[in-house]
Ligand binder design. Structure first.
Ligand SMILES: C[S@@+](CC[C@H](N)C(=O)[O-])C[C@H]1O[C@@H](n2cnc3c(N)ncnc32)[C@H](O)[C@@H]1O
Length: 256
């Protein structure tokens, strides 16, 4: 196996019965297809897709290219003991956020009224409900496919306290009662989500805000983000987006 192939092999993701290969900028498609055939031969996956690094649009979707096996991108993916039906080409998916899904879900307390503003196919909402038994988790998404998959996933996991809601979270949140906890996993609209969430939380409520922050080499991205969102009590870097730009998750408490 060449050095280049070894590098890609390490980054391959298995999502249910589908293998996803992040497409490097400098790779020939023919070589990638030959590599995908090799993946089909060495694993039990039914289909192999390449994923470009071009996440765009309000649904936050990258471009997928079919490389080998069945021409299908829907599958059942398991994460932290829950099962999720999803289509990689229709809804946002990132296995790298799996740690964050669990970390946030575990913060939820029994009996709480929770809203997840940008819930995708439901990986935080459903896990939080199964682990911590809140009274309700309103799960909003503007992508109709995310709403559809969330409904299926409520059934798949018998998570009947998760209420899927279709539409713009900046409108739908105003239609809900005051909440104990709000989850906001959309770093690109951090400031608006922060302002609205703080106005919709009960006093003493909690906000889990994904924020985007620019920091140079002398600056700590977490301290910088915490300083710009009053009430932040904890933070950690989720990923580096590009040099000098980071996605940070902040846990914020509303005091009054
Ligand atoms: C980064 S994804 C997070 C999905 C999910 N929390 C996860 O970890 O898989 C952001 C989601 O926000 C949704 N979205 C974007 N703008 C929205 C809006 N104004 N209202 C509701 N959902 C929105 C997108 O469709 C997408 O599913």
């Amino acid at each position: 196996m060449s050095l280049e192939r070894g590098r890609i092999w390490k980054r391959i993701e298995i999502v249910g019965d589908i293998a996803v290969i992040p497409i490097p900028f400098d790779f020939e498609m023919n070589e990638l297809r030959a590599y995908a055939d090799e993946v089909m031969g060495k694993t039990k996956v039914k289909s192999v897709w390449g994923r470009k690094r071009d996440v765009s649009g309000i649904y936050r979707l990258p471009t997928y290219v079919h490389l080998a096996g069945e021409n299908r991108s829907d599958t059942i993916y398991r994460e932290h003991g829950c099962s999720y039906y999803l289509d990689l080409r229709k809804v946002f998916f990132s296995e790298k956020l799996s740690y964050e899904h669990k970390r946030i879900a575990e913060k939820v307390r029994p009996g709480e009224r929770v809203a997840n503003l940008f819930s995708g196919f439901g990986p935080i909402s459903i896990l939080a409900y199964k682990l911590r038994k809140p009274a309700v988790v309103y799960s909003i998404d503007i992508n109709p496919y995310a709403y559809y998959f969330m409904m299926v996933n409520v059934e798949l996991n018998s998570a009947y306290g998760v209420i899927p809601m279709y539409g713009d979270a900046f409108v739908r949140l105003n239609q809900l009662e005051p909440l104990d906890r709000i989850i906001s996993p959309l770093p690109e609209r951090d400031r608006e989500a922060y302002e609205l969430s703080m106005s919709r939380l009960k006093p003493g409520g909690h906000l889990h805000l994904f924020a985007e922050v620019e920091a140079n080499r002398d600056e700590d991205p977490v301290s910088k983000a915490m300083a710009s969102f009053p009430g932040a009590v904890e933070g950690r870097v989720v990923r580096s987006v590009n040099p000098g730009k980071y996605h940070v998750i902040l846990d914020i408490r509303k005091n009054t």
